[in-house]
Design a protein around this ligand. Structure first.
Ligand code: R5P
Length: 310
């Protein structure tokens, strides 16, 4: 078994390798002067199972193409199986056409992964599971929710209410609520533009409870910030906690979040944490989760109880 990483998140890849008691296979990931991916891997891979670690967060297309190039290079070296370990899977939000004239982005990504010979994809809290439904690449779903709950549970300032910041997050909120033994509230959200959302109302009992807003990702921060502001207009107790698996923090996200005066902001290291001194972000590593998943795949064991991890 060989573990090889793209350039998107080397610290996480090093942690996974260390958890597995191995080291990363040599690979050079650079750019040609015109910006094309310039990738060279250790060619001694014949007959091997290769795990390719690469999150496809910002810059999304560059990281995606690098993953595709690595997979192609590895295949050409004679690797037997190639598994893409993609902690954050970009384009997963583009899982359907909401307006005529749009592509189905995740379908394109699935086809590309299959085209370069990737046999399976391991993704953490992917926004959609439709990748599997619309492409031939089997997906191994993993979740960081138990790890995140483990971090939260010992330091809640009082009885909690788990808040879904939009309807799409309700199932996720129920998952957290089950583990935290807390009720769920839902924010009715309207997205006005890619980086602009409006929270219309909070549905559910939040009075005197500590609000824990949960989402799969924070991108511009618009969704969670609008939810936090809506909660401040209710009788919820004190500053809010925000928890998400993937912290993209694009645009003005850190500035907007910094202004909220949060109790806690917790994400995983599926993506590199923001380099923003003004915002206290707690980062939980998914390295043990990924290492455990890889160990199980290697041992031919099931992954469906992986989420009991933590
Ligand atoms: C939406 O369906 C997702 O689950 C997130 O709520 C959303 O993508 C977060 O984006 P932003 O931080 O830009 O509001």
């Amino acid at each position: 078994m060989r573990l090889l990483a793209g350039s998107a998140n080397r610290p996480l890849a090093e942690r996974v390798a260390s958890d597995l008691g191995t080291s990363l296979t040599r690979a050079r990931t650079a750019r040609f002067p015109d910006g094309e991916a310039d990738v060279v891997v250790d060619p001694d891979l014949r007959g091997e199972t290769v795990y390719l670690l690469q999150s496809t967060g910002p810059p999304v297309d560059a990281n995606l193409v690098e993953l595709l190039m690595l997979a192609d290079a590895v295949r050409r070296c004679g690797a037997e199986r190639v598994l893409a370990v993609v902690p954050y899977l970009g384009y997963a939000r583009q899982d359907r056409r909401t307006d005529p004239g749009q592509p189905v982005g995740i379908r394109v990504v699935g086809d590309l992964l299959a085209a370069v010979g990737i046999d399976r994809v391991l993704a953490v809290d992917a926004h959609t599971r439709d990748l599997e439904a619309i492409s031939t690449v089997p997906v191994e779903p993993a979740t960081a929710v138990p790890l995140l709950v483990h971090t939260l549970v010992h330091r809640l300032p009082g009885p909690a209410v788990v808040v879904a910041p939009d309807l799409g997050a309700v199932k996720l909120a129920e998952r957290y609520a089950g583990l935290l033994e807390a009720p769920v509230a839902i924010v009715r959200k309207t997205r006005l533009a890619g980086d602009e959302v409006r929270a219309d109302e909070v549905v559910g009992e939040v009075a005197d409870r500590h609000p824990v807003i949960v989402d799969d990702m924070i991108s511009t921060g618009g969704t969670v910030v609008a939810a936090a502001e809506a909660l401040s207009r209710t009788g919820a107790a004190g500053p809010v906690t925000i928890v998400a698996t993937h912290g993209l923090f694009v645009g003005e996200a850190t500035t907007h979040l910094g202004r909220l005066g949060l109790e806690r902001l917790v994400v995983t290291d599926s993506l590199p944490p923001p380099d923003e001194p003004g915002l206290a972000v707690e980062v939980v590593s998914v390295a043990p989760l990924l290492a455990d998943a890889i160990r199980r795949i290697e041992a031919g064991r099931r992954l469906d109880d992986l989420e009991s991890f933590g």
